[in-house]
Design a protein around this ligand. Structure first.
Ligand SMILES: Cc1cc2nc3c(=O)[nH]c(=O)nc-3n(C[C@H](O)[C@H](O)[C@H](O)COP(=O)(O)OP(=O)(O)OC[C@H]3O[C@@H](n4cnc5c(N)ncnc54)[C@H](O)[C@@H]3O)c2cc1C
Length: 252
C-alpha cells in the first residue's frame, strides 16, 4: 500500500512514557482500494504472514531487552564503584553486590535463551531448499515450528529486563529517579517490552497452546527439546504426542 492511496491517513504522534526516540502513530485505513498487483502472498492468507512477522518479532524484542539490560547493568555497576557512602564505594556493600550478581545472572540467562532460539531457527532455515515457487511458504512454516520458543524468549528476557532496570534505579538511589541520570530513561523505555509484540499474558496463553500443537504434530524438525534430554518419562497411555500430561482424573 502506498501512502498516497485514497482513504489512508496517519494519526497524531503519541505522547509516550518511554521510547521517545521512535515515532508511534496510528495508521488509519478507510475503504482503501489496493490494486491486485500489490497483493503479497495469496488472498485470505495475509494473517499467516502477519503472525510469522510476530514470531520473529518476539525474538527481536527479546534481543532488544537483552541490549537494554546490558546497558542498564553497565551504568549501574559503574555508578556502584564511584558512589561512596559510609567511607566506601557502595559496590562494596553485600546488598549492592547481590543486586549486581542477580542482574548479571539475568543477562547471562537471557543471552543464552536468545542464542538457543536463534540457533534452532538458523539450523532449521539452513535445511531449506531455496529453489521453487513455494520457498516462502516453506520458509514461513519452518519459522512457525519455533513460534513457542520465540514467545518464551520474549516473555523471559523482557521480565529479566524489568528486574535489571528496577535494580539499576535502586543502585542509583535518589539520582535513579532524576531524569538527568540515564537509568530513569531505561526504566521508562523498558516498560513497553512486556506490552508490545503480544503482551506477556497473551504470550503465556500461546506458549502451551503451541507446544501442545507441536507435540500433536510430532514435534519440530529437530524433535521436541522438552523431552530430548534423557530425563523425560517414557510415553504412557495418558500422554499426548511427546508432551507429558497430568495423570487423568479417576472417576468418583
Ligand atoms: C509504543 C507502542 C508501539 C506499538 N507498536 C505497534 C506496532 O508497530 N504494530 C502494532 O500492530 N501494534 C503496535 N502497538 C500496539 C501493541 O501491540 C498493543 O498495545 C498490545 O498488543 C496490547 O494490545 P492492547 O493495547 O489492545 O491491550 P488489550 O488487548 O486491551 O489488553 C489489556 C490487558 O488485558 C490483558 N489481556 C487481554 N486479553 C487477555 C486474555 N485473553 N487473557 C489474559 N489477559 C488478557 C493484556 O495482556 C493486557 O494486560 C504498539 C503500542 C505501543 C504502546
Amino acid at each position: 500500500m502506498e501512502k498516497s492511496f485514497e482513504g489512508f491517513s496517519v494519526g497524531a504522534e503519541e505522547k509516550k512514557m518511554g521510547l521517545r526516540g521512535s515515532s508511534t502513530t496510528q495508521l488509519m485505513l478507510d475503504n482503501v482500494k489496493v490494486p491486485v498487483e500489490n497483493l503479497l502472498g495469496e488472498p485470505g492468507k495475509g494473517h499467516k504472514i502477519a503472525f510469522n512477522v510476530l514470531n520473529v518479532g518476539r525474538l527481536k524484542v527479546a534481543t532488544q531487552a537483552l541490549g537494554m539490560s546490558k546497558r542498564a547493568f553497565t551504568e549501574a555497576a559503574s555508578y556502584a564503584t564511584m558512589r561512596k557512602q559510609f567511607g566506601k564505594a557502595i559496590g562494596e556493600f553485600g546488598a549492592i553486590r547481590e543486586k549486581l550478581a542477580d542482574m548479571t545472572a539475568a543477562i547471562f540467562a537471557s543471552e543464552t535463551v536468545i542464542y538457543r532460539v536463534a540457533g534452532l531457527l538458523d539450523s532449521r532455515l539452513a535445511l531449506l531448499d531455496h529453489s521453487g515457487s513455494d520457498y516462502y511458504e516453506r520458509y514461513q512454516k519452518a519459522i512457525e515450528e519455533y513460534a513457542a520458543e520465540c514467545a518464551i524468549a520474549k516473555v523471559f528476557c523482557t521480565e529479566q529486563l524489568d528486574m535489571v532496570v528496577d535494580e539499576a534505579v535502586q543502585i542509583y538511589g535518589g539520582y535513579g529517579y532524576i531524569a538527568e541520570y540515564p537509568v530513569e530513561r531505561y526504566y521508562r523505555d523498558a516498560r513497553i517490552q512486556r506490552i508490545f509484540e503480544g503482551t506477556n499474558e497473551i504470550n503465556r496463553i500461546l506458549i502451551p497452546t503451541m507446544l501442545f500443537r507441536k507435540a500433536d504434530n510430532g514435534g519440530s524438525h529437530s524433535g521436541n527439546w522438552w523431552t530430548r534430554r534423557g530425563t523425560a518419562p517414557p510415553l504412557k497411555p495418558h500422554t499426548r504426542g511427546n508432551l507429558p500430561l497430568p495423570p487423568p482424573r479417576l472417576p468418583g
